[in-house]
Design a protein around this ligand. Structure first.
Ligand code: NAP
Length: 249
């Protein structure tokens, strides 16, 4: 198993990509902390992991709140004694033309998507420094690499994640803490459901994706597994694009 005796915190693991990462990690031997502000989804993920024979705990966490991040780290240390892997996956999207984007929506997107990664990493890195190694995987988006209309706040947050990932990678490479990010393309989750339920939008995304299907959460989970495992020890500061060729043109 690729994550035997490892402990991982996965934010936003009550749904979609985060849930797939939790199930994949547990299957590979990791004990997982499911950190999500959605209690029902988070508890469901815990049950799914347990039914598959794994170990998991849920901790209700809003990643944009420092107090909740404290509780998240505490729950991991109390239950499992260490933190080997942090997957910063929780994210939200609020769209609209920039001149119609409210200050409240801008702040919400940047607080969850970008500040959440700052808060969680700031809390967990000292544990990794004590342990002498660690793996941090940030879930960005192709929207951090290319522009999408009506998505200014989201694109800015995801571009920020890519820049933060590189800065963190430089700071902690000497401590054997790898910091990488993944840029998913269009993945079928609750986040994209409304868009993909619109046949015209779905057809347009399919036409822009050279691989003959859209992405599944498991596609991102497998890439995250690689970046969380010892197989990627010499990889840091990298942006792994997992998009079926969406931005290859
Ligand atoms: P999802 O199905 O909506 O799952 C996101 C999970 O995070 C939900 O359980 C959500 O709870 C939770 N969450 C939201 N804000 C949170 C907060 N402040 N603290 C803790 N948990 C929070 O979305 P997904 O598609 O799996 O997205 C996961 C990540 O992948 C996000 O960072 C997203 O930007 C990124 N991504 C997704 C795609 C895609 O096509 N799906 C593409 C590129 C990047 P609620 O549902 O209750 O809000």
């Amino acid at each position: 198993m690729r994550l035997q005796n490892k402990t991982a915190i996965i934010t936003g693991a009550g749904s979609g990509i985060g849930r797939a990462i939790a199930l994949t990690f547990a299957k590979e031997g990791a004990k997982v902390v499911i950190a999500d502000w959605a209690e029902k989804g988070g508890q469901e993920t815990v049950e799914m992991v347990k039914q598959a024979g794994g170990e998991a705990v849920f901790v209700k966490t809003d990643v944009s709140k420092a107090g909740d991040i404290e509780k998240m780290a505490g729950a991991c240390l109390e239950n499992f004694g260490r933190v080997d892997i942090l997957v910063n996956n929780a994210g939200i999207v609020k769209g609209g033309p920039l001149h119609q984007t409210s200050e409240e929506d801008w702040d919400a997107v940047l607080s969850v998507n970008l500040k959440g990664i700052f808060l969680a990493s700031k809390k967990i890195i000292p544990e990794m420094l004590k342990q002498g190694q660690g793996k941090i995987v940030n879930i960005a988006s192709v929207a951090g690499l290319v522009g999408f209309e009506n998505s200014g706040a989201y694109c800015a947050s995801k571009g920020g994640i890519i820049a933060l990932t590189r800065a963190m990678a430089l700071e902690y490479a000497k401590n054997k803490i790898n910091v990488n990010c993944i840029a998913p393309g269009i993945i079928k989750t609750a986040m994209t459901k409304d868009m993909l339920d619109n046949q015209a939008i779905k057809t347009n995304f399919e036409a822009q994706t050279p691989y003959p299907r859209l992405g599944e959460p498991e596609d991102i989970a497998m890439a995250t597994l690689y970046l969380a495992s010892g197989e990627s020890d010499f990889v840091t500061g990298e942006v792994l694009v997992v998009d079926g060729g969406f931005i290859a043109k």
